[in-house]
Each structure stands twice: as C-alpha cells, then as structure tokens.
Ligand binder design. Structure first.
Ligand SMILES: [Zn+2]
Length: 413
C-alpha cells in the first residue's frame, strides 16, 4: 500500500472516526506526514496521485499510550534494543505515540534508562518521551513497584532525573501525601512534564492539594490508590470531582467494565492506557518487573510473592475493543479515549491524536471486528500488524444486567 512518492494519497470508502463524528463512506488525504483533507462521499477528491480503498473498514487516529513498560517479550528496562522492540510491538497493535514508563529503581539505573528513552525518542517518532512511575510513591500502595526503591521527593534527585531525560520527561507519577510532594508537582511542571497522581494512599484533601498545584492526571484510576469511600473519597473522588484526566487499564481485570463506562461519562476524561509489561502478547509464563518475579496466568500478571497485579498484558487495540463491546462506549468515545484525550494530556492535541486537517497522519485501519489491519505513523505505512483475533465470542456477555455478571477470569486479547 506504499507508492513510495510524497504525492498526496487518498484513503477512501472508509468509516472515518473524526472529532465531529463518524463519516460513513468518508475519505482522508495525506501529503507527506500530514492530513491534508477529510470529508464525506459527496466531495471525494478526483484523480489523486495514489488511492487506497478502505472497503468500508474503520479508520481511527493512531493510539496514544501514556503508560507502557514492555510488550512482545521485551522489558523496556532491559536494554535499548528491548525498549525499541517493545515500542514496535505496540505499534503493530495500533499505538503510534508512546510514553515509555519506568518503574522505581536505583537512581543511577533510572538515569541510564531515561537516557535510552531520550535516544529512542530522537530515532523513533513514535516515542514521545518518558513516564517516571516512581520512585516518589507511597509504600502503602506500591502495587508491583519494588518498595526498596521508593523515595521521598528530593529536589536535587528529581533534577538529576529530569536532566538525564534531556528534555524528554513527559509525565511523573507521584504520591501527594509524601513530604515534599507538593513542591515536586511544581518542579515536574517546570520540567515540562505532566504531574500525575498515583500509587498513593492520599486522602481527598491531599489529592486536592496536588490538583491545586497543577496535577492534571490520575495514574490508573482505582488501582494503586485507596478505594473511594463516601466519607473519604480519596484520589478517586478528587479526580472525578475535579474532572481530571483519568487513566484506566481497561483489560477486564484491573477495573470492572462499568468503571470505564462511568469515567467516560464526562467527555475528555477517560484515557485508555495499557500499563503493559513484557508479557503482553506472549501468553502465560514467568517474567520480571523491576527485578521482582511475576507470574502470568490467564492473561493476568501478578507478583509471585504477594499476588498484587503487576501491570497488564493489554494492548491499545484490545482496550478500545473492550471499551466498545463491554463498556458500551461509542466507537467515537472509545477512539477519543485512546487518542485525542491522551494527546491533550500531553499538550499535543494540535499535533496528533485525531483525524483532522493539519494533524500528523497517525492512522489505524480496523476491520469490522475492530482488529488492526494497517498502521500509519506520520504518513508512513508500518509493518503489517500481527493478526490479532478479536475474539468477541470469547468476551463475557455484558448485555446481561451488571448484577448477574462476573468479572472475566481471563484476558483473551
Ligand atoms: Zn505502570
């Protein structure tokens, strides 16, 4: 599907998911790396240099994953090659923009890994930058983070990490209740990154204080934080009340599909992330996360010792499918949660994350069952995606009333 030239390409006869709605039998033109036109059937351009018939398939903006630790057997902290391979694995599942997430580790290790991310971001347009998920987290809610490497915020240490990222630090997850955390929010913003609240036992008031300082994202809402209580709503209550952007790991395991439905009720709020570890795409087995043994069974990744969920085996295409099939989102809402909303969190909504004039031509072609068929990154067709059966027949029957449903015991996708 590549013509090798830089002349405009017309993708036509697709179901185009745009910010304004779905264009049935719509078209998109691409010139170089940009989208140069979008429209419906009546005004399809004639005599394009190159035409691609989408044959009624879906065309969505490429997915933007703010939270990714690995995939396809590659842990991003293992080596620069493994990091690049994990990014490429998720690209085959429709992700065209990625933050590379680092778990708590000794500072010198984090500095080295941040350097790899900065190098990779220079070489690979898909890599937007780094997400530091730690080390400034609460031990009480550390989940699969190694408690041995957690630290209280210290400006000098943060400055070292920010410097190591060479301008590519994009997001920092922190626990607002730690001493110095509210000042850290300001340092994070000054470094040009997003301050995210997560792996925290913060009360509502503590979370609110971080939001007042400028935190704009909740890291995997509900996971790694105290449950919402009606008299102490905690981070969940503070994030929802303030209409913060909220990451959700929509794998049918980390949260009930109805949580995804509820978070999506406010437009722009839901941010689908994978939080994927190296086991994504690899089936069951024994792996490691941050130096701790992890067992993957039936698609669930758990610490061998405590049984804590240790990231996911999710890919963004599966997160989108589940949002539509299990959580009842429109394809437009699911697409926004996977692309436009995370792009906006990064302050990049005018560059990528939607099918609109002038934006980067990051596109994903999906079949009727929302399986990835083709991926374009900045106008370039990517390696043929792995066929990833949708498995809708294996999904739980979410048409039954909520009370009759059990959470799926396995992640089939
Ligand atoms: Zn994570």
């Amino acid at each position: 599907m590549t013509d090798g030239s830089t002349k405009a390409t017309l993708l036509h006869s697709g179901r185009i998911v745009t910010p304004g709605g779905v264009l049935d039998d719509g078209w998109v033109t691409i010139d170089g790396s940009r989208i140069t036109g979008v429209g419906g059937r009546s005004d399809t351009p004639r005599n394009p240099a190159h035409a691609v018939d989408l044959g009624g398939r879906w065309l969505l903006p490429g997915f933007v994953d703010l939270h990714m630790h690995g995939g396809g057997g590659n842990d991003v902290t293992a080596s620069p090659d493994a990091m690049a391979a994990a990014v490429a694995f998720h690209r085959r599942h429709g992700t065209t923009r990625t933050l590379v997430s680092l778990v708590a580790a000794p500072l010198a290790d984090l500095e080295r890994q941040l350097g790899w991310i900065a190098d990779l971001a220079t070489a690979d347009e898909q890599v937007v930058g780094a997400h530091l998920e730690g080390p400034f987290l609460a031990e009480a809610r550390c989940g699969a983070q190694n408690p041995q490497y957690l630290r209280h915020p210290e400006p000098g240490e943060f400055a070292r990490l920010a410097a190591a990222a060479r301008g590519r630090l994009r997001s920092v997850t922190l626990a607002p209740e730690l001493p110095g955390a509210l000042d850290l929010v300001l340092d994070v913003l000054a470094a040009g990154a997003v301050a995210a609240i997560g792996h925290t036992d913060a009360t509502y008031a503590q979370a609110q204080a971080a939001i007042a300082r400028g935190a704009t994202l909740a890291t995997h809402l509900f996971n790694g934080m105290r449950p919402m209580h009606h008299r102490e709503p905690g981070v969940v209550g503070a994030a929802l009340a303030a209409d913060l952007a909220c990451e959700v790991i929509n794998d049918g395991i980390h949260v009930h599909p109805a949580i995804t439905t509820m978070v999506a009720r406010s437009p722009g709020r839901l941010v689908l992330v994978t939080d994927a570890i190296d086991a994504a795409g690899m089936g069951d087995g024994d792996v490691q996360l941050g130096g701790q043994p992890v067992v993957v069974r039936d698609g669930q990744a758990r610490l061998a010792d405590s049984g804590s969920l240790a990231g996911s085996t999710l890919t963004m295409d599966a997160a989108v499918r589940r949002a539509v099939l299990e959580s009842g989102l429109s394809i437009g809402a699911a697409s926004a949660a996977a692309s436009a909303n995370p792009a906006r969190v990064l302050g990049q909504g005018a560059k990528f994350g939607a099918i609109a004039l002038g934006l980067d031509a990051d596109l994903v072609v999906l079949d009727d069952r929302l399986a990835v068929e083709e991926v374009l990154l900045a106008g370039q067709w990517q390696d043929r995606p792995e066929r990833n059966p949708v498995g809708t027949d294996k999904l739980a029957d979410w048409s039954r009333p909520l009370t009759e449903r059990a959470l799926p015991s396995r992640s089939d996708m």
